[in-house]
Design a protein around this ligand. Structure first.
Ligand code: G4P
Length: 557
C-alpha cells in the first residue's frame, strides 16, 4: 500500500498492516459488481433501478426513485433542467449491498439528459444490462448504447421487461437480438405466458419453475418455486401455457450455444431474462443470476500494460465531470472510477497528464440527494472528487509507478450548431469559456476548414449539452451567445487523415471540418448521404468513434 501521508498509529509492523490491507482489498474486489443499465426511454429503467434498490434495502419504499424519473420528464425549461440535472447527476452511482455483494449501479441518464456522458459512463462500467420493452424489442437509443458496449467488449445481460403486458413473441425478441446485434442469446429464465397470463419463469439451469403472485403495486411479488415435475405446477398454471414454454425450451436446448462464462465475459453471448419490473416479477431471479455471472472488477489496459485491481498501487480514471452540482456552492466534481489499489481519503496521488501531486480531500459518495464523505473506496467503486479545474475526462490518477489509462474516445455527435458571439468586446470570455467547456467534455468543438470562418461548431449527442454550454457561458463567463443550427445529423472521422481525404478528390453531399486535434471530420445531413458516400468511395475508411489522441493537447479556439 502506498503512503497516504498518515502516520502508522497502530504500532503493528508495516508488513502485517500491508498484508491485512491486501486481504481486505482482495475481499472487497471479489464482492464488487459494477454495471450500467442501457435502455430506450420508457423501457422501465427507473422502475427496475428502484426494484433493485428495494431488494438491496437501499430504499424502503417504492416511488423514491420513480418520483425523480417523472420530475425529470415534465419540463424542458432550462432552470428546471438545472435543478433536475442536480438530481439525475447526484445519482451518478448507486451503491448498495445485496447478499454477499456490493453493487455499484452506474446511472446512464434518460432521454432529456442523453449526452456524451451517457456513453462515457459505459467506459467506467464492467457490465451492462440491456433493458427492453417486451412489446417493442430493440429501440434506437438501446442500439446506440449497445454499440459502445460492443466497442468495449463488456459483458451484456438482457432483461425483457413489461412481460405483464401483451408483448411480442419471446422467441422473436431473442431472434431480433441475435440477428440485428450479432449477439448470441442464452435465456437463463424463460417466461411462462405473457400479458395478463404471465405466470412466472422457468429457471433453465436448475429446471425449476418460479411462479409469481402479484404483491400489489410497488410491493415485492410473492414467488413460489418448484421442480418441473412437481404435480402442483399443473394445478397452478394453465396446461397450454406450460406446454408452450416447455416446447420453446426444448427448441432452445437443441439449438443454442452453451452458457460459458468466457463468452459472456467477452461480450459475445448475452444471458437473457424475462420479467416485469413494475410488478417485481422476475427481478430477484435476475439479480441472483446476474451476480453469479457478471464480471467482477478486472485488469484494465494502461500505457504500461494491464493493471490488476489487486495491485497495491492505487489508480483510477476520470470518466465524468460536472459543474454546479450544487448551485449554491458553484462546485465542480470529477467522477473517478477506482481501478486498482485502495483509495483513501486525503491520500496524495499523481495526476498523470500534468505530473502534479494532488491531495484528494473531501471525496464524496453520492446517493440520490445525499452526499457522504468516503473514507475508503475499492476497485469498481466510483467517487466524486472536488475539481478545482485540474481534471479532464479520461485523466488518470495514480500512486507509485506512473500509469495512464487508455482514455475515453470521442463519440459521433448528432447535433451541430455554429456558436456565435454577437458582442466582440466579450471575445476573451467567449474564448476562455469555450476552451474550458471543451476541456470539461461538455461538448465537442469542430472548426470550419475555411480560416475566415472562425466561429466554433458545437457538436453534441444530445440537445442538453448545447443548453448547458450556452447556460454556462452566460453564467460563468458572462457571454450571451447565439446558436445557429447547421442541419447535419451525423459525423464520421476520416481514418486515414487529410492525405486519405485528399486522395478521394472532391466529395459531394457532405461538409469537411476539423476537430480539436486537427483531424478531418465529415458532416452529413442524413444517413442516406452517409451511406451514399460509403458506397461511392469504398476505400475511404470512416470511423464513428475517434480514438484518443495521446501526448497532444487539443487546439484551443
Ligand atoms: P424509464 O426510466 O426507462 O424511462 O422508464 P420508467 O421506469 O419511468 O417506466 C416507464 C413507464 O413504464 C412507467 O409508466 C412505468 O410504470 C412503466 N413500467 C415500467 N416497468 C413496467 C412493467 O414491468 N410493466 C408495466 N406494465 N409497466 C411498466 P408511466 O405510465 O409513465 O408511469 P406510472 O404512471 O406508471 O408511474
Amino acid at each position: 500500500m502506498a503512503s497516504n501521508g498518515k502516520a502508522n498509529t497502530t504500532g503493528a509492523p508495516q508488513e502485517t498492516i500491508q498484508e491485512t490491507m491486501g486481504q481486505e482489498q482482495a475481499a472487497a474486489v471479489a464482492r464488487r459488481r459494477n454495471f450500467a443499465i442501457i435502455s430506450h426511454p420508457d423501457a422501465g429503467k427507473t422502475t427496475l433501478t428502484e426494484r433493485l434498490l428495494l431488494y438491496g434495502g437501499a430504499i424502503q419504499q417504492a416511488g423514491a426513485v420513480k418520483a425523480r424519473g417523472e420530475q425529470r420528464r415534465v419540463t424542458s425549461d432550462w432552470m428546471e433542467l438545472e435543478k433536475q440535472r442536480g438530481i439525475s447527476i447526484t445519482s451518478t452511482v448507486l451503491q448498495f449491498d445485496y447478499g454477499i455483494h456490493t453493487i455499484n449501479l452506474l446511472d446512464t441518464p434518460g432521454h432529456q439528459d442523453f449526452s456524451e456522458d451517457t456513453y462515457r459512463t459505459l467506459a467506467a462500467a464492467d457490465n451492462a444490462v440491456m433493458l427492453e420493452d417486451a412489446a417493442k424489442g430493440l429501440e434506437p437509443q438501446t442500439r446506440k448504447l449497445f454499440e459502445v458496449c460492443r466497442l468495449r467488449k463488456i459483458p451484456l445481460f438482457t432483461f425483457v421487461n413489461k412481460m405483464d403486458r401483451p408483448g411480442r413473441d419471446s422467441l422473436e425478441l431473442l431472434d431480433e437480438i441475435e440477428q440485428e446485434l450479432g449477439l448470441l442469446c442464452w435465456p437463463v429464465n424463460w417466461p411462462i405466458g405473457n400479458g395478463d397470463q404471465f405466470r412466472g419463469v422457468i429457471d433453465r439451469r436448475r429446471r425449476r419453475a418460479i411462479l409469481f403472485q402479484r404483491g400489489g403495486r410497488g410491493r415485492q411479488a410473492l414467488e413460489l418455486e418448484m421442480g418441473l415435475e412437481d404435480p402442483r405446477l399443473s394445478q397452478l398454471v394453465e396446461e397450454d401455457l406450460l406446454q408452450k414454454a416447455l416446447e420453446e425450451l426444448e427448441l432452445l436446448d437443441g439449438a443454442g450455444a452453451d452458457l460459458a462464462m468466457d463468452t459472456i465475459h467477452r461480450g459475445e453471448l448475452t444471458p437473457m431474462f424475462f420479467g416485469s419490473a413494475m410488478t417485481s416479477f422476475g427481478v430477484r431471479p435476475f439479480l441472483d443470476a446476474f451476480l453469479t455471472l457478471a464480471l467482477p472488477p478486472v485488469a484494465r489496459t494502461s500505457s504500461g500494460g494491464m493493471i490488476d485491481p489487486l495491485s497495491c498501487q492505487f489508480s483510477g480514471f476520470v470518466f465524468k465531470l460536472q459543474a454546479n452540482m450544487d448551485p449554491r456552492h458553484r462546485d465542480r466534481v470529477a467522477f473517478l472510477r477506482v481501478c486498482s489499489g485502495t483509495f483513501e481519503r486525503d491520500m496524495v496521488a499523481h495526476h498523470a497528464r500534468s505530473g502534479k501531486a494532488i491531495r484528494l480531500s473531501r471525496p464524496q459518495k453520492l446517493f440520490g440527494q445525499d452526499r457522504s464523505v468516503v473514507d475508503r473506496a475499492y476497485p469498481g467503486d466510483v467517487i466524486g472528487l472536488n475539481n478545482p479545474g485540474v481534471f479532464a475526462i479520461g485523466d488518470t490518477l495514480y500512486q507509485g509507478q506512473k500509469v495512464e489509462y487508455e482514455g475515453i474516445p470521442c463519440f459521433s455527435p448528432e447535433i451541430f450548431s455554429c456558436l456565435h458571439n454577437p458582442n466582440p468586446s466579450a471575445f476573451k470570455g467567449f474564448r476562455k469559456g469555450v476552451n474550458a467547456l471543451r476541456e470539461e467534455g461538455a461538448v465537442q468543438i469542430l472548426y470550419d476548414t475555411d480560416p475566415s470562418k472562425r466561429n466554433p461548431i458545437l457538436a453534441a449527442v444530445g440537445q442538453l449539452q448545447l443548453d448547458v454550454v450556452q447556460h454556462r457561458l452566460e453564467h460563468d463567463y458572462g457571454v450571451i451567445t447565439r446558436l445557429e443550427p447547421l442541419g447535419f445529423t451525423a459525423a464520421r472521422w476520416v481514418s486515414g487523415g487529410w492525405s486519405a481525404l485528399e486522395a478521394m478528390g472532391r466529395l459531394f453531399n457532405c461538409k469537411t471540418v476539423r476537430d480539436s486535434w486537427n483531424r478531418p471530420v465529415l458532416l452529413f445531413k442524413n444517413s442516406w448521404n452517409l451511406q451514399q458516400l460509403q458506397e461511392d468511395y469504398p476505400d475511404l475508411e470512416l470511423a464513428a468513434v475517434a480514438p484518443v489522441v495521446s501526448g497532444m493537447e487539443p487546439i484551443p479556439l
